[in-house]
Design a protein around this ligand. Structure first.
Ligand code: FRU
Length: 495
């Protein structure tokens, strides 16, 4: 019985084991740590999401934003380490400050892709970012161009990003080196801290212009700060519209729009390439070769190029919207499919469970019936068989006994002992078995048979009553008559 009840359980475990073993490709969880959340970073995020569609087994488990705080970014990276993500993509707020957390992740065995801004040291797996020095060179080219058109040494404001971030230092370096190397009259460069933010740029430029009135141009290290600077110029007395020429960096929507609106003059492209970052992540995770240090090229976008680029950008935005709708539908579809799959597995398991339970029950009932047959019915059957055997034996015995009696009715020696010796049984056995077969004792049976023979002789022969009584060994005719009357109910006579 115990064995029987184990069958469904074992079968179910086996089934679950099989379901569990069904092959699934390895899933990779990627963590993204962004220093800021502006239009440029959102573009980078979207590029990553779109590229991830090509890698169904890779997902961005969390995207965390540090909002310009080194401490917050380090804490967020540490939580990624605890969550045991498979790969980290990080755009560090400031190179030195975020370095320890990045190094911790790297040492914990998590591959690290550093994007856009570099991190100090070399504990990272791959870097993908723009050529910031070259961005600075493009700024210098533009400043020289403005100077040559103005015909006097320029007073230029340089609105810089966060000082500890590598794009800020590299862009500044590129600008200064290139201006110095040109051999032309060196313009005056006044550097202000705009922290990469439009609002900060507005404040510092506005404050500067309150004190100084002779600014010719502004090079802002990104488009947001260029727009902030343009608004500061607009709000400052003594500067007419377009009085200060402004260049930005990035070349995406806010910058292109500002060029189209005449707020700024030009910008330099700064590629985000979220797609390339994900492609590199895939190479790293799949153990394929990858480029460790990728520096993306930069170009100048002037007023002529900005218009068509803006159009292109708007179209891309439209595509992106369409893409998002498709993605949402695809996600919903996948979720539905996954749900249906789960329901199917549950149904299969339940059906299997029921099947094995029924099987177990059948086996159990079968065994129970077998046991009952063995215990109760078989012995009864054996009894019946034995009874049949016995009655067969009795029949045979009866036959032989009748024969002996019939053959010796006229023999005075016919009695119990005679029968016992003839039939090779004891006296007691003769008594018992004759009684079983005839319902009478052996002497009564013999007497009866003699009376029946006597009757027959009286009817079929000329023998007298005395002769018949003698012939059938009755002790006297009187005794014969008495017995005859008792048996047949009338006196012996011939009819
Ligand atoms: C976006 C941004 C860009 C800039 C880059 C430098 O957060 O400020 O405008 O080019 O970061 O890392």
């Amino acid at each position: 019985m115990r064995k029987v009840s184990n069958i469904p359980l074992i079968a179910l475990l086996f089934l679950l084991f099989c379901v569990g073993c069904s092959h699934r490709p390895q899933e990779y969880r990627i963590g993204v740590s962004q220093c800021l959340d502006d239009a440029w970073r959102q573009k980078m995020n979207e590029e990553m999401e779109r590229e991830l569609l090509l890698y169904p087994n890779m997902t961005i488990s969390h995207r965390r934003i540090a909002y310009g705080s080194n401490e917050l970014q380090c804490a967020q990276i540490d939580s990624f380490i605890q969550e045991r993500i498979d790969l980290l993509i990080v755009s560090p707020n400031e190179a030195a400050e975020v370095k320890p957390a990045v190094a911790r992740a790297y040492r914990a065995g998590i591959p690290v892709i550093v994007a856009d801004r570099r991190v100090s040291g070399d504990e990272w797996t791959a870097f993908i970012g723009g050529d910031n020095y070259q961005v600075g060179v493009l700024m210098a080219d533009w400043v020289r161009k403005v100077q040559s058109e103005t015909n006097h040494p320029l007073h230029v404001l340089e609105v810089c990003g966060l000082p500890g971030s590598t794009p800020a230092t590299k862009r500044h370096q590129g600008l200064m080196d290139s201006l110095a190397a040109s051999g032309e009259v060196m313009p005056e460069i006044i550097s202000l801290q705009g922290q990469w933010m439009k609002e900060d740029a507005y404040e510092v430029v506005r404050a500067y212009l309150r004190e100084h009135k002779n600014i010719d141009a502004i090079v802002a290290q990104n488009d947001l700060m260029a727009v902030g600077s343009a608004e500061a110029v607009r709000d400052s007395k003594g500067y007419g519209a377009g009085g200060v020429r402004i260049m930005g960096v990035d070349g995406i929507f806010p910058g292109l729009k500002a060029i189209a609106d005449g707020k700024i003059e030009c910008t330099a492209t700064y590629q985000s390439r979220g797609d390339l970052i994900i492609e590199t992540a895939a190479h790293i995770l799949y153990g394929e070769p990858f480029v460790r240090d990728t520096v993306l090229e930069t170009n100048m976008i002037d007023q002529g190029a900005a218009g068509p680029m803006l159009m292109q950008y708007m179209n891309r935005l439209h595509d992106l919207e369409t893409f998002k709708i498709v993605q949402t539908n695809t996600d919903a579809h996948w979720q539905q499919m996954r749900f249906e799959q789960t329901v199917l597995v549950v149904i299969i398991v339940l059906v299997a469970l029921l099947f094995f339970a029924a099987l177990g029950l059948i086996v159990y009932i079968q065994r129970k019936i077998q046991n009952e047959i063995k215990k109760d019915i078989l012995p009864q059957l054996e009894d019946v068989q034995e009874a049949i055997q016995l009655s067969k034996r009795d029949e045979a015995f009866g036959e032989r006994m009748r024969q002996v009696v019939e053959d010796h009715l006229t023999d005075p020696n016919l009695n119990v002992e005679y029968l016992a010796s003839k039939l090779q049984l004891s006296r007691t056995q003769i008594f018992r078995r004759v009684k079983t077969i005839t319902g009478k004792g052996p002497l009564d049976y013999i007497r009866e048979r003699r009376l029946v023979r006597a009757h027959h002789l009286l009817q079929t022969t000329d023998m007298t009553v005395q002769q018949v009584a003698l012939e059938l060994c009755f002790s006297s005719p009187g005794y014969f008559t008495k017995c005859y009357k008792a048996y047949f109910g009338h006196l012996p006579s011939k009819q």
